[in-house]
Design a binder for this molecule. Structure first.
Ligand code: ADP
Ligand code: MG
Length: 260
């Protein structure tokens, strides 16, 4: 089988805490996969491993046929995979537009090496056009000149998506994109993600909200204490014994309650 993203036998421990154990996940091009699991089950750690922010202790990750698990995070972005963060932190003084522009620099390192040259100015103009386009797509044009730190939690999530998209990825991994987001903005995020998917983007989304999962995800993968315990359609979650078991007695966000 030739998966677009092929995660094999990933293991990760922090000290004596075995957070991921022999994790296998295969994702096909064009899917929208929900990555579920109780708090502390290892979802963010798995995203961190895939995107090069945390080195795995064992296992391999292939993306579009290329082995990426030994690459630095910025190299992984260059292969066409970008991510957002659970808690986006924004610099206090930069404007929304500047933050989006800076993402291009972080992804490609272009301004640093070409600074002051005509090529740099062309590249900067291209980045500015791209940032303006993406800010418009994610409904942030009205606030593009505000300090990024002044945005609401939901708008920061949108800006996090803009920053990830500056790399023009083919796969986007999102860590709780709608947690704590106002329902109106949540609808905008859903629409934006569906539009991206319609344009060919493969999505992996850590999410707790069952309405979101049912509306957006084509498949769900469920983590429990570092093990994948289920891979099924959203409507099959509530009747899956291993999924119910995973959430039994777990504190915090619980996607299955919302489906009752
Ligand atoms: N950098 C780290 N150092 C030590 N422990 C960590 C680190 N990152 C995550 N953990 C631990 O790994 C476990 C899983 O965390 P996480 O992947 O954030 O879970 P989730 O995103 O599913 O809520 C938790 O017990 C957490 O405390
Ligand atoms: Mg997390």
């Amino acid at each position: 089988m030739n998966a677009f993203l092929d995660i094999r036998q990933i293991a990760k421990a922090f000290g004596g805490n075995q957070v991921l154990e022999a994790v296998d996940v295969q994702i096909t091009r064009g899917e929208i996969v929900g990555l579920l699991g109780p708090n502390g089950s290892g979802k963010s750690t798995l995203l961190n491993v895939i995107t090069g922010f945390t080195p795995a202790d064992a296992g391999t990750v292939f993306f579009d046929g290329q082995r990426i698990d030994r690459l630095a995070a910025h190299r992984i972005v260059q292969t066409g995979m970008a991510r957002t963060f659970q808690l986006p932190s924004m610099p206090t003084r930069m404007s929304v537009m500047e933050v989006a522009m800076a993402a291009a620099t972080a992804h490609h390192g272009v301004f640093g090496t070409l600074l002051g040259t005509a090529a740099a100015r062309t590249t900067e103009r291209a980045a500015r056009d791209k940032a303006a386009h993406l800010l418009n797509e994610l409904l942030l044009t009205p606030v593009r000149d505000l300090p990024a730190s002044a945005l609401s939690g939901g708008q920061k999530k949108l800006l996090g998506i803009v920053c990830a998209l500056m790399a023009e990825p083919r796969m986007l991994l999102l860590d709780e994109p709608t947690a704590g987001v106002h329902p109106n903005l949540r609808r905008d995020i859903v629409a934006a993600l569906q539009r991206l998917n319609a344009q060919g983007m493969t999505l992996v989304i850590v999410e707790h909200d069952m309405h979101f999962i049912r509306e957006v995800c084509t498949r769900c993968v469920v983590l429990d204490r570092g093990h994948i315990v289920a891979s099924c359609r959203p409507d099959q979650l509530a009747s899956n014994e291993r999924v119910l078991q995973a959430y039994l007695g777990s504190a915090g966000a619980h996607p299955l309650e919302a489906s009752a």
